[in-house]
Design a protein around this ligand. Structure first.
Ligand code: FAD
Ligand code: A2P
Length: 307
């Protein structure tokens, strides 16, 4: 396999102590309007700041919500994955996009609204906001991206970096194979459905797989998750995963990595993994969840961003 050459990136040009001012230029729902998980696509104009042209796809932008937390301290920085390609939204280096889900929780009958995601989702076009970044040194496409194939696994807003990566790869004439495995609860929660469907129609080398967890059940009664696609959609994924120049990227909810690593191991795709002492002599089918969680790490062919 060719050496994976990651681009040099500039980090934290603007920090929380010295944030840049951006202007919101787009804010629209990017799932079905009737989704219980309304998720929005936001675009920030960073013109006139030192951040223009500096965000690479895979990196994150920081947002400082106004106001104070319950201790009277300014709200802490929250990170959001860039969903535009490295040359900016629509090829405009002063425009950076992201994909935001309103965070909400109900605990013992009390309803909590996440500070920053709801602040962002409520912003109107023309509003100003404080941003930082870029953040993230390794979760990037290689400089020599054409030397590899890619399998992207996303749950929920973990789709954000893959929107940008897929635009960047396919719209520049990439000839390798790209598969996107996207997981969400209901069909109405699919994020950017029209965009990815059209990309799959346009590019023969792009494979779009949706794993809907709460509508149908697998034959054994379990849910369709991104990691079950390794088995359920083997006809598409095996030929890509088995090539020795394929890289995998995971993004989304913490915990998704364990199932993906375990299922890759069960199918014998060990090159994507590093095993810690204690697992070498045990068949993957016999690993416990705890073992898969604690003793399996990503290899250099695997890129992981979970939050
Ligand atoms: P917070 O205010 O931080 O609250 C977190 C959760 O706790 C909320 O669900 C809230 O309802 C609940 N809560 C608050 N108070 C209480 C309480 N007292 N008791 C119980 N529950 C409570 N998110 C995206 O949407 N899109 C992205 O692309 C994205 N990319 C990320 C990339 C990285 C590298 C990382 C680290 C995170 C990313 N995130 C992304 C997550 C994001 O940074 C925020 O964590 C998320 O938006 C929630 O922030 P918040 O301020 O809205 O919620
Ligand atoms: P479920 O919640 O039905 O168990 P969202 O961020 O929009 O909620 O989507 C996250 C998706 O990831 C859901 O379909 C969720 O399924 C699924 N999911 C939950 N736990 C895991 C896990 N451990 N590994 C992979 N996917 C998971």
């Amino acid at each position: 396999m060719a050496e994976i050459i990651l681009p040099e990136v500039e980090l934290n040009i603007n920090s929380p102590k010295d944030p840049a001012e951006a202007t919101l230029v787009e804010n629209f729902v990017c799932t079905a309007e009737n989704s219980p998980n309304i998720i929005r696509h936001l675009t920030f104009d960073i013109s006139g700041t030192d951040l223009v042209g500096k965000f690479r796809v895979g990196q994150s932008i920081g947002v400082l919500a106004p106001g104070e937390d319950h201790r009277g301290k300014p709200h802490k920085l929250r990170l959001y994955s860039v969903s535009s390609p490295s040359n900016g939204e629509g090829g405009n280096s002063h425009l950076v996009s992201t994909t935001v889900k309103r965070a909400m929780d109900e605990v013992d009958g009390t309803f909590y609204m996440g500070v920053c995601s709801n602040y962002l989702c409520n912003l109107k076009v023309g509003d100003k906001l404080k941003v930082t970044g870029p953040s993230g040194r390794r979760y990037l496409l290689p400089e020599n991206s054409e030397d590899f194939n890619y399998v992207f696994f996303a749950t929920g807003t973990g789709i954000a970096p893959f929107r940008g990566m897929i635009i960047e790869l396919l719209e520049s004439g990439f000839k390798g194979q790209v598969a996107l495995v996207f997981g969400c609860p209901y069909r109405t929660d699919v994020i950017y459905p029209k965009f990815f469907t059209e990309m799959a129609e346009k590019y023969d080398n792009f494979h779009y797989i949706k794993m809907i967890s709460r509508e149908d059940r697998r034959a054994d009664g379990s849910k369709y998750y991104v990691q079950t696609a390794i088995e359920d959609r083997a006809e598409t994924l095996d030929p890509i995963l088995s090539q020795d120049n394929t890289l995998i990227y995971l993004c989304g909810m913490k915990g998704m990595e364990t199932g993906i690593y375990h299922n890759l191991a069960k199918k014998g795709f060990m090159d994507y993994l590093l095993l810690k002492d204690g697992l070498e002599d045990k068949a993957p089918a016999d690993w416990s969840w705890e073992e898969a969680k604690n003793l399996v790490k990503p290899s250099s062919r695997t890129f992981e961003e979970v939050y």
